[in-house]
Design a protein around this ligand. Structure first.
Ligand SMILES: *[C@@H]1O[C@H](CO)[C@@H](O)[C@H](O)[C@H]1NC(C)=O
Ligand SMILES: *[C@@H]1O[C@H](CO)[C@@H](O)[C@H](O)[C@H]1NC(C)=O
Ligand SMILES: *[C@@H]1O[C@H](CO)[C@@H](O)[C@H](O)[C@H]1NC(C)=O
Ligand SMILES: *[C@@H]1O[C@H](CO)[C@@H](O)[C@H](O)[C@H]1NC(C)=O
Ligand SMILES: *[C@@H]1O[C@H](CO)[C@@H](O)[C@H](O)[C@H]1NC(C)=O
Length: 852
């Protein structure tokens, strides 16, 4: 054979091995410092994205946006109750297509952490454990209990085998580098006594015996066996130490925000503090950090737990519920990740030394034998900025911040200095557009067809019983709704019939919410909240002489998702009394009650596009408003454009919504009390807690409900709403989520590293020209410069104003560089601005541009 064809063969062979590189097995192990992949220590940034909290059409975009944000690993829980619908009846379609999700991560060239649990908490219904398991006789969750362990092991094995079959573990060339068993058991273990201890040990052994070839983790586990790695979940994990000195320091949950509950205000965690916590963690020897959540997404249908967790699971995460980068959080963390990555080698292989630079100031320095040096300098003072001297150089550190010096000399990043852009995001309403296929397309606005539920047992009762039963034990969570109906005879001689003084109804309930109907009329509504599920209330009711029907519609709003013995927490009324009758107080708690599980519309699945005709819908030109127990149906066109869509339910009461049979979820524009504590501007300095930086006091906790674009057809979409207590359907709108403007505000001494184009120069020095970067969404251009001032501008994005010092060419220069482009970069140098202006000031550039 000629040598040229030999080398061609060789070339082909090399090419073939390169192409298949992603499916070649690789070795994941660890030492006390980090994970070791194919013999190399790895510093890893991970991002939680839960597959059922978005839709398959969004997965590639979310994973890609995480990768662009400097993330190496995607992390997800596995949601048992979404997969094992009844014993041995598995589902992996649609949003639950776990294998598809894993392969999207793999194709993006990223790693995956699979937290199988299968208990996951996660603000997810029942913590992810199927409700049916609670009703397998003798079962107690999360302890040394045979039925629980049997079903847990069966599911764990099922998932592991499925992953093995698809070659998804690293040991098979797949993306999975770590797997988790159980979840945050440490806090509850003692409540289960010796059984708890045995269960924790059993869980670890059972997992390790699965033989996946990758290490197992247990988060917040305080007595982990040596076969697993215990990891930290918190807002800060710099002080965390794994129990064994042979384990690396991993952070499985850094919460960049917090979840919301219906009726409470909206928590935000400032990007400067998230970055501070991450930098501190790596400063103090951490090597793997996961954002929980990086994209929170949506609790579609009835998947939210709590109780009272909202349908939105936005979490104030770097990628918002709708899949858009949340800026500046996303960009600031991206800059942070790039800066930390520059330090990877020295951090993981260097010898650490700690230097005190003041009472709350310190430097951690990592130097390796090759002379590479990296330093993190922090100022933990939560009020005062500070200048410190490190290696004979002065460094100015804002309060509560960390500076990163990849070469022990130049600061490339400070956690408190946000250089990345801020986006202004708006929800732009569009009227619902009737579809050509709808019957009265000539009408102005959409036509709503109506079906009204009967209050009380709407058909043959499911059962009749003396006394009040537990709600969850009765519905087994097949529905939110349970009707409790009884009757009360009122004698004609009752005084109140003459003097008009209404008798009072007194109800006590374990939760979560209730509407009271007397003789088919809504009399009262009440509910608990995310802090206290129980509630009691007193309400006047109108009774008539003779027989009265009292019908309570009791509701769950997501089942308990965590806590010791959480599966035993019940719901529903425990006491029903009436005061103000001749006899004094009449206790109905022990009366005969008839029970009906769920609504008629639910039984007939009238939201399902195949079953729409199971009831007779009334077509009326004007739909009824403020009418309880009403189903509404409309045929609508897809909203124009391609922005993500939220359904505006501001003017509705409470209920459920579907599009084309897909479950949008529970809606409830319940307002946060205006007496809660909210902030105008959040002070990032100091320890964060979930209530520190809330907004939305006095406003609905959740007004918009995400309807994924992939659920829409161009025309003929069926929108179905079930309204419990009364609302105005004519006010329902689709709102498009748009980035209208972007802003940037940085000073001339800003570390320049965040700019993509600026790397180490040929002389090995980092450029120190501060640079502004602006970027509109894909397919949008910078169409106008709304504001630009180089000098000492004041204000925040949306309300910038000139200060005393202003370069008059600012707008012109920004326009010249940026107009009609999707993105642009501007150096704060004399090329662009008058650097001699106001020489005593550290000057800043503030810019706001319009994207269209
Ligand atoms: C994986 O790497 C570890 C440590 O580097 C080593 O001890 C182990 O033998 C390797 N395993 C395989 C299957 O190569
Ligand atoms: C929840 O309800 C409890 C008891 O009624 C009340 O004290 C608390 O303020 C409520 N919390 C919120 C956030 O509304
Ligand atoms: C700092 O300055 C002192 C005195 O000028 C010098 O002796 C020392 O070597 C310097 N240290 C470093 C790290 O440059
Ligand atoms: C539900 O039923 C089970 C078994 O019948 C019982 O042990 C449990 O106490 C009930 N739960 C509640 C909250 O009433
Ligand atoms: C009131 O008391 C009388 C006599 O004890 C009894 O017959 C009647 O049923 C009671 N009425 C109600 C509404 O409980």
């Amino acid at each position: 054979m000629a040598s040229s064809s030999l080398s061609l063969l060789l070339l082909l062979f090399i090419l073939a091995s390169l192409l298949s590189a992603s499916t070649v097995a690789y070795n994941v192990s660890y030492d006390s410092r980090s994970l070791i992949i194919n013999g190399h220590r790895k510093l890893l940034i991970s991002a939680a994205i839960h597959y059922p909290r978005s839709v398959p059409a969004m997965w590639p975009g979310l994973v890609d946006l995480a990768k662009k944000g400097g993330v190496d690993v995607i992390e997800t829980y596995v949601f048992w109750n979404g997969h094992e619908l009844s014993p041995d009846n598995y589902y992996f379609g649609g949003r639950y297509d776990l294998v598809k999700f894993c392969k999207i991560v793999q194709q993006a060239g990223m790693y995956l952490i699979l937290r199988i649990g299968p208990f996951v908490a996660a603000e997810w219904n029942f913590g992810g454990v199927p409700v049916w398991l609670h009703y397998v006789p003798g079962t107690v969750f999360r302890t040394d209990n045979e039925p629980f362990k049997h079903y847990m092991q069966k599911f764990m094995t099922y998932i592991v085998n499925m992953m093995k079959k698809e070659k998804l573990f690293a040991s098979q060339g797949g993306p999975i580098i770590l797997a988790q068993v159980e979840n945050e058991y440490g806090f509850y273990e003692t409540a289960y006594g010796e059984g708890g201890k045995r269960y924790a040990q059993w869980s670890a052994s059972m997992a390790v015996a699965q033989n996946t070839g990758v290490p197992w983790i247990m988060c917040q586990q305080f007595d982990p066996p040596d076969t697993v790695i215990d990891t930290c979940n918190s807002f800060y994990c710099d002080n965390f130490k794994p129990i064994s000195p042979h384990k690396p320091k991993f952070w499985t949950e850094n919460w960049p925000g917090w979840f919301k509950t219906f009726g409470a205000s909206d928590p935000h965690r400032p990007p400067e503090d998230v970055a501070f916590s991450v930098a501190r963690f790596f400063q103090k020897g951490g090597s793997l950090q996961n954002y929980y959540m990086y994209h929170g997404g949506t609790n579609f249908g009835r998947t939210s737990g709590g109780p009272f967790i909202t349908t939105s699971y936005d979490y104030d995460a770097p990628i918002d519920e709708y899949g858009l980068a949340r800026c500046p959080k996303w960009g600031h963390l991206k800059d942070l990740h790039r800066s930390i990555k520059l330090c990877e080698h020295a951090l993981l292989n260097g010898e650490p030394s700690l230097l005190s630079l003041g009472p709350s100031q310190e430097a951690d320095v990592y130097e390796d034998p090759t002379g590479a040096c990296t330093a993190f300098i922090s100022n933990m003072d939560d009020k005062n900025d500070k200048t410190v001297v490190f290696r004979n150089t002065s460094y100015y550190l804002p309060a509560w911040s960390v500076s990163i010096l990849p070469d022990c000399k130049n600061v490339v990043f400070n956690t408190a200095k946000v250089g990345s852009q801020t986006s202004v995001v708006e929800m732009i309403p569009t009227d619902l557009q009737p579809s050509a296929t709808s019957p009265n397309k000539d009408l102005k606005g959409v036509q709503w067809d109506v079906f009204v539920e009967k209050a009380g047992a709407w058909d043959t009762a499911d059962f009749t019983k003396n006394g009040l039963v537990d709600h969850i034990n009765t519905t087994k969570d097949t529905t939110d709704y349970l009707w409790y109906t009884t009757s009360l005879h009122v004698d004609e001689t009752e005084e109140f019939l003459k003097n008009g003084r209404s008798p009072m109804l007194l109800v006590e309930s374990k939760g979560h919410a209730m509407h009271v109907f007397v003789n088919k009329k809504l009399q009262a509504s009440a509910s608990g909240n995310g802090t206290v599920s129980r509630f009691k209330f007193t309400s006047p009711i109108s009774l008539k002489a003779g027989n009265n029907e009292i019908a309570l519609l009791s509701m769950t709003v997501g089942l308990q998702n965590a806590g010791a013995f959480y599966e035993w927490i019940g719901a529903g009324p425990t006491s029903v009394r009436i005061e103000g009758l001749k006899n004094g107080t009449v206790d109905l708690s022990t009366s005969i009650w008839t029970y009906k599980i769920g609504l008629q519309g639910e039984h007939l699945r009238i939201y399902d596009t195949n079953n729409l005709n199971a009831v007779k819908w009334e077509s009326t030109p004007e739909p009824p408003k403020q009418q309880p127990l009403t189903w509404y149906k409309a045929v609508v066109d897809s909203p124009p454009g391609n922005e993500p869509i939220g359904l505006d339910m501001m003017h509705m009461g409470k209920g459920l919504a579907w599009l084309n049979g897909e479950e949008i979820g529970r809606y409830w524009p319940r307002k946060a009390s205006k007496y809660e504590i909210c902030v105008q501007k959040c002070d990032y300095r100091g320890k964060f807690s979930p209530n520190k930086c809330n907004t939305g006091c006095g406003e609905p906790t959740q007004r918009w409900y995400h309807v994924p674009r992939s659920w829409f057809k161009p025309s003929g979409n069926i929108l179905v709403i079930f309204e419990e207590k009364g609302g105005d359907p004519t006010q329902i709108r689709f709102s498009a989520r748009k980035v209208s403007n972007v802003c940037s505000h940085i000073s001339e001494d800003h570390p320049s590293f965040y700019s993509e184009s600026l790397q180490k120069s040929s002389t090995g020095e980092y450029s120190n020209k501060a640079t502004v970067s602006l970027k509109c969404p894909t397919n949008k251009q910078i169409s106008a410069v709304k504001f630009a001032s180089f000098g000492d501008p004041v204000g925040t994005c949306g309300s910038y104003a000139r200060g005393q010092c202003h370069d008059p060419n600012s707008v012109l220069v920004v326009g010249k560089v940026c107009l009609h482009k999707n993105d642009c970069e501007l150096e704060l140098s004399k090329k662009n601005f008058d650097m001699e202006l106001c020489p005593s000031l550290v000057k800043k550039l503030a810019v706001e541009v319009v994207c269209s």
